[in-house]
Write a protein that binds this ligand. Structure first.
Ligand SMILES: CC(C)(COP(=O)(O)OP(=O)(O)OC[C@H]1O[C@@H](n2cnc3c(N)ncnc32)[C@H](O)[C@@H]1OP(=O)(O)O)[C@@H](O)C(=O)NCCC(=O)NCCS
Length: 145
């Protein structure tokens, strides 16, 4: 398995598989800014020339400086084989090089697979009732590096 930086062809692949990998209409989650503006920190996992996972993220100039994982997805046929773990490990290494001291991600309340995954990787999961606005709760995952 190879973990490498995302290309435009990879981004196009991500857009085309997203609905299937996420189990419903999800195309708008892959906003093109995550390639054109934040592609330097975007990653894909490749096996035999096939993309089997991706991570779209960026470094936020907040205090503390934060590596934010906007979207991560693994091919359903490749889950629970450590692909997500490897993508996060590479993203973490990139973030450290940018002086990042905290990682953050969010998920919909009820996405228990995501909660278990982030907790397994050492994140603290907290539910925020109005994180995305009134009656728009989110699970917030934070990890200090
Ligand atoms: C969540 C997701 C990214 C995990 O990727 P993955 O490659 O399957 O995860 P890994 O194999 O690296 O798992 C690492 C550990 O996390 C935990 N974990 C991962 N998925 C889990 C699940 N569905 N249920 C319980 N624990 C889970 C386990 O402890 C696992 O270790 P183990 O398999 O040795 O027990 C993947 O399931 C996915 O793409 N889900 C759909 C999209 C999504 O929800 N993205 C997250 C919100 S941005």
């Amino acid at each position: 398995m190879e973990i490498r930086g995302i290309t435009k062809d990879d981004f196009d692949t991500v857009v085309s598989v997203l609905d299937r990998w996420w189990g419903g209409p999800s195309g708008q989650r892959a906003d093109p800014i995550f390639f054109y503006e934040f592609g330097a920190t975007g990653l894909v996992a490749e096996e035999d020339d096939e993309v089997v996972g991706f991570l779209l993220g960026f470094v936020a100039p907040t205090e503390p400086r934060t590596g934010y994982i906007h979207l991560v997805g693994i091919d359903p046929d490749w889950r629970r084989r450590g692909v997500g773990n490897q993508l996060y490990a590479r993203f973490t290494a990139q973030c450290r090089a940018y002086g990042v001291t905290q990682l953050k991600a969010i998920a919909a309340v009820g996405n228990d697979g995501s909660v278990r995954f982030h907790e397994a990787l050492g994140f603290t999961a907290t539910e925020h009732a109005a994180y995305a606005g009134p009656r728009r709760p989110r699970m917030v995952f934070v990890k200090t590096l």
